[in-house]
Design a protein around this ligand. Structure first.
Ligand SMILES: [Zn+2]
Ligand SMILES: [Zn+2]
Length: 134
């Protein structure tokens, strides 16, 4: 019984992230999942998210220090970075990852790299345009 319920929650979170096709915060995921499972606790969402992370089905991103977003991975080898507009919160893909070269150099020093993040803070061209009009 417990397992069936867990599978249902998991599937729900996965399909939510798949449909959204952009990184979502825990709060967003929680409020969306509550439409189908009104009594679900945020701690339950966290537990499911942790499982999905461990299975490498989703990825975690840090934005603006304390905001964490989750996004579905198209495949396990997928590697992407994002920038979120500070104003409209729209998500934009970074064209490439420049970190691997740096990682290679650090790894030669014997450092074991587990993950990396790229954090760029700013506003998109649309919001920048609106700012100029003020
Ligand atoms: Zn914007
Ligand atoms: Zn990268």
């Amino acid at each position: 019984m417990e397992n069936t319920r867990n599978t249902r929650q998991r599937q729900l979170i996965l399909s939510l992230l798949r449909e959204a096709d952009r990184p979502m915060s825990i709060n967003e995921i929680h409020s969306q999942v509550s439409h189908s499972l009104p009594r679900i606790a945020k701690s339950t969402i966290y537990r499911n998210i942790d499982n999905l992370l461990n299975q490498n089905l989703i990825e975690k991103y840090h934005f603006n220090d304390n905001e964490i977003f989750y996004r579905i991975k198209e495949d396990v080898d997928e590697h992407k970075h994002f920038i979120i507009c500070d104003k409209c919160k729209n998500v934009f893909d970074l064209p490439a990852c420049p970190i691997h070269e740096i990682e290679d150099a650090i790894q030669k020093e014997g450092f074991i790299i587990k993950d990396h993040q790229i954090q760029i803070i700013g506003i998109c061209s649309k919001c920048a345009g609106e700012e100029k009009l003020k």
